[in-house]
Design a protein around this ligand. Structure first.
Ligand code: AP5
Ligand code: MG
Length: 191
């Protein structure tokens, strides 16, 4: 299995690039943020719980997110590969993820980390917020809080994969196609 952890701050372009990578490599795309938003829109118990936890730009609990991943892996055991977008986002998530994958005889292939400065991601999210309807895109305060949460809780996950020699940084500034080419070059270099 080609298991790609697509990493980077809020607004880095993970979702945008994952869609393109999914097509090119014929693998699946799982965005934990998308799954949570769908649950919120459906008004499910999980969606309600997540909405409470995420208030103001905070993370959902590890327990909630790991439940989503566990279900997904069970349902997609025969997939040729998956792009994990927005997961893992804490060290406990990364550790639990390693064990889950090991149990099904696979592992993370690579972490591709989109490197984008704060000002650029803030601008991208504010622009998207005009049409996205995403609650967490609407105020500058929430966006800044998401970036702060990323630095405080999520950035350390990169070190976890650096220690396994699976970390690859990719310049995330430029046109969507330029960034896509850089990501593809990083993936193709693995083969
Ligand atoms: P999530 O949905 O993962 O949001 P995020 O990480 O904040 O990232 P975004 O989806 O906002 O940005 P993106 O990197 O996908 O960029 P995009 O391609 O959209 O998570 C949301 C929330 O859910 C979290 O805050 C947390 O509470 C919770 N959650 C999710 N996963 C969790 C986990 N594992 N643990 C705990 N909680 C979790 O691009 C952004 C915009 O820029 C778009 O409008 C796009 O069109 C535009 N754009 C993209 N590329 C370019 C470019 N090259 N040039 C110009 N514009 C561009
Ligand atoms: Mg996204």
């Amino acid at each position: 299995m080609l298991n790609i952890v697509l990493f980077g701050p809020p607004g880095a372009g993970k979702g945008t690039q994952a869609e393109k990578l999914q097509q090119k490599y014929g693998i699946l795309h799982l965005s934990t943020g998308e799954v949570i938003r769908q649950e919120m829109n459906r008004g499910s118990e999980l969606g309600r719980l997540a909405a409470q936890q995420m208030e103001g730009g905070k993370l959902a609990s590890d327990e909630l997110v790991l439940g989503i991943i566990e279900n997904y892996l069970q349902e997609h055991r025969t997939a040729p590969g998956v792009i994990f977008d927005g997961f893992p986002r804490t060290l406990p998530q990364a550790e639990a993820f390693d064990s889950m994958l090991k149990k099904i005889g696979t592992q993370v292939t690579v972490m591709l980390a989109l490197d984008v400065p704060d000002e650029v991601v803030t601008e991208r999210i504010l622009t998207r917020g005009k049409t996205s309807g995403r609650a967490d895109d609407q105020s500058l305060e929430t966006i800044q809080n998401r970036i702060a949460v990323y630095k405080k809780q999520t950035a350390v996950v990169a070190d976890f994969y650096k220690k396994q020699d699976k970390f690859r940084a990719v310049n995330g500034v430029g046109t969507i196609d330029e960034i896509f080419d850089r990501l593809c070059a990083a993936i193709d270099a693995l083969r």
